[in-house]
Design a protein around this ligand. Structure first.
Ligand SMILES: [Zn+2]
Length: 460
């Protein structure tokens, strides 16, 4: 049985990967490109951060005439975010699993599925896997659990996003190790072994592996056996050494939001100022900015340690709380998470200014429910009025779900903005799957590595 230890990475459907990477660039220019300086990509995903959510954060924090860090990226375009159903027909409102699968693999899939095909439920190679295979450093940072849909789409392949830990596999019978699958999201992430994996989700790592060679161990023990140093708070993260991969688990599940306030209610609330702190956040919890800085430092050090000075890195940073707070019609939590995300964008831009050949991309997986409406409007759904930092009043309405239920995503196109090599490729309006090709080309990924395309699978 020990022969199956480690990853069993299914490198299928790579014929279409090649197609996506070559895109507007002649194929020959990919293979004949001289070995250059390290090529870095920092991809920042605001989960649920549509234009309306960006505008709320701008109005509230820097003022209607102000500029967020994400407003400074010179190349701007839009991604269409729809997903598909099992027969490939459009589903106009995506979830985060199908959204992240789009840029992680270049393929649209069904809502809830993580980096597997929409029809045959087969694994699709991800950007992070391809980058790692080619010797680049890799990392993923999130304010959600590290097994949440957006980070999961880079590091795992499961039929349903709920299959986060070994005890959560009810919706993923085909992914059980006993059935020849690769196991739960956390097991696959640990087996893949990105250099940096930061977020919440500690409770998942306390689960026991139920089959395969690690049976009886906890996932955390499995991670330590794979060489991970595990860090639990800001101080431990700051002290992490770059010679081994780093797993940061800063909360039992999602990391609590940075700001608090009164949720929107039916009929509205009196005008309120947001509280820019959250008692539910333990004092040692690192912010998204601190996590992003730490990840960049670790990935840079890993590259510099290598004899050839490294090949660059791929880092994804997700502001997940924007979506999470919008689901609960909590505008203060939502704006605070957007502002926290924007500070991480600033860190990425500062890094790119100091390190050439770094592409920074800021985008979202889908829009969300919040709308800025006139202060004297009487919205049918939940609403509240925020007093902004510049002293204005901003009424915010949530109407994509019932007043006593969660608010839903919306099917709007979302902004994509970029700076650095290949940034121009984001201009215009594209499918969100186009990002896979742009990032792959920026990283210099060779699509054919280790790939044997199966007959008849042309992909989408
Ligand atoms: Zn959501």
């Amino acid at each position: 049985m020990s022969a199956v230890r480690g990853t069993r990475r299914p490198w299928v459907v790579v014929a279409s990967v090649a197609l996506l990477f070559t895109g507007s660039v002649p194929a020959a220019s990919l293979s004949s490109a001289p070995a250059a300086a390290p090529r870095n990509v920092i991809l920042l995903i605001g989960d649920g951060m549509g234009d309306s959510e960006i505008t709320m954060a701008r109005d509230h924090s820097v003022g209607a005439e102000g500029r967020l860090a994400m407003d400074e990226l010179p190349a701007t375009g839009a991604y269409v975010t729809s997903s598909v159903d099992g027969r490939g027909r459009p589903d106009y409102v995506t979830d985060s699993a199908a959204g992240a699968t789009s840029w992680a693999t270049g393929h649209k899939t069904v809502n809830g599925r993580v980096s597997k095909t929409h029809d045959t439920n087969r694994p699709l190679p991800t950007l992070l896997e391809l980058a790692k295979r080619q010797g680049l450093a890799t990392g993923s940072v999130t304010t959600a659990s590290v097994a949440d849909a957006t980070p999961a789409a880079l590091t795992s392949h499961v039929t349903d996003r709920s299959c986060k830990g070994p005890a959560d596999m009810a919706s993923c019978p085909a992914d059980l190790r006993a059935a020849g699958g690769a196991g739960s999201v956390v097991e696959q992430a640990v087996a893949l072994r990105p250099d940096v994996l930061l977020g919440g989700g500690a409770d998942l790592f306390a689960q026991q592996v139920t089959d395969g060679p690690d049976r009886g161990r906890t996932v955390l023990e499995q991670a330590r056996a794979r060489g991970y140093q595990v860090v639990r708070d800001r101080a431990e993260l700051g002290a992490a050494a770059p010679d081994r991969p780093v797993l940061g688990l800063f909360a039992p599940d999602n990391v609590p939001a940075e700001w608090t306030g009164r949720p929107a209610v039916a009929g509205g609330t009196p005008a309120q100022r947001c509280t820019k702190s959250n008692p539910a956040r333990p004092a040692g919890t690192p912010t998204l900015v601190e996590e992003t800085r730490a990840a960049l430092k670790l990935l840079t050090a890993r590259n510099e340690r290598q004899k050839d000075r490294g090949k660059g890195f791929f880092l994804q940073v997700e502001g997940a709380g924007i979506d999470d707070r919008a689901h609960d019609a909590d505008p203060c939590g939502q704006v605070g998470e957007t502002v926290a995300f924007d500070r991480a964008v600033r860190v990425a831009l500062d890094y790119a200014a100091e390190h050439g050949n770094t592409l920074v991309v800021v985008t979202a997986d889908h829009g969300h429910a919040s709308q800025i409406v006139p202060v004297d409007a009487r919205p049918a759904g939940r609403s509240t009025t925020l007093v902004t930092d510049e002293g204005g009043q901003m009424q915010v309405a949530y109407g994509s779900g019932a007043v006593d239920d969660v608010q839903e995503h919306t099917g709007t196109q979302v902004r994509v903005a970029a700076r650095g090599p290949r940034a121009e490729e984001v201009r215009g309006v594209h499918a969100n799957t186009a990002l896979f090709g742009t990032l792959g080309r920026a990283l210099g990924l060779r699509p054919s590595i280790g790939a044997t395309p199966p007959p008849g699978d042309a992909g989408r």
